[in-house]
Design a protein around this ligand. Structure first.
Ligand code: SAH
Length: 243
């Protein structure tokens, strides 16, 4: 199984950027504060559409494990992968800490590329989550193809990413990185943002049918997030494997 050294669909500068945040990943007031706020809303989106209890779920680009742990707490059997060693280490350490209160909680964290996992364990997951990650990889389509290989027939894929619109540029880059200092400068590259129609096309090419696309709205003042209509900035997508 390959890690960052042998994986090809990865931008090492992106991994280094996220690795540098590892120590403060779980600080709700730290540099990943927006992910903490988004987490309950995106978990709710998944749980509403998919029966998590007992299901085998893969969390791709899991970072420090915010969503992976939350999915496990809902009863899913979670495998979670990332190419940042620092983040996988932090995710494991955090889980160890949490297990003092919740001894049954478990997540199988692995430092590996999704393409390698697809090679090793095809058709083995009931659902896959891949949140806030596609906009950071050189070839997002390769990720969708690997998800297609990893899911069992009828499996469900949940994605979230940023739309390529002036509103997303204004809020997610200028607002969040330069005005409000919500995210470290350079977190996002506008050219990597993905329009919902492009994502839908990529999903169809990878054998999925799109069940839903919804907006994921982040309110920095109230420090809250909700799923609602309007996909011009951040959005969620649920797709089902048909092929
Ligand atoms: N999904 C998590 C973290 C999002 S941050 C959450 O929403 O809470 C983006 C994550 O993608 C980082 O952890 C980064 O290390 C990871 N990442 C970037 N490129 C990757 C790749 N090619 N393969 C796996 N993980 C990748």
């Amino acid at each position: 199984m390959s890690d960052q050294a042998t994986a090809t669909n990865v931008d090492p500068a992106e991994i280094a950027k996220f690795s540098a945040l590892a120590n403060r990943w779980w600080d709700p007031n730290g540099p990943q504060a927006p992910l903490h706020v988004l987490n309950p809303a995106r978990l709710g989106y998944v749980a509403q559409r998919f029966a998590l209890r007992g299901a085998r779920v893969l969390d791709v680009g899991c970072g420090g494990g915010l969503l992976s742990e939350a999915l496990a707490r809902e009863g899913a059997k979670v495998t979670a992968i990332d190419l940042s060693k620092e983040l996988i280490d932090i995710a494991r350490l955090h889980l160890l800490d949490v297990r003092q209160q919740e001894p049954g909680l478990s997540v199988d964290y692995r430092l590996c590329a999704i393409e390698a996992l697809a090679e090793a364990e095809p058709a083995s997951f009931d659902a896959i989550t891949c949140m806030e990650m596609l906009e950071h990889v050189p070839d997002p389509q390769s990720i969708l193809q690997a998800c297609s290989r990893l899911l069992k027939p009828g499996g469900v894929l949940f994605l979230s990413t940023l739309n390529r619109t002036p509103a997303a540029f204004a809020l997610a880059i200028v607002g969040a990185e330069y005005i409000a200092n919500l995210l470290p400068k350079g977190t996002h590259d506008y050219r990597q943002f993905i329009r919902p129609a492009e994502l839908a096309r990529g999903l169809r090419e990878a054998g999925f049918s799109v069940d839903d696309v919804s907006g994921l709205h982040y309110d920095p003042i109230r420090r809250s997030a909700r799923v609602a209509a309007g996909t011009s900035v951040n959005y969620l997508c649920a797709a089902r494997l048909t092929a």
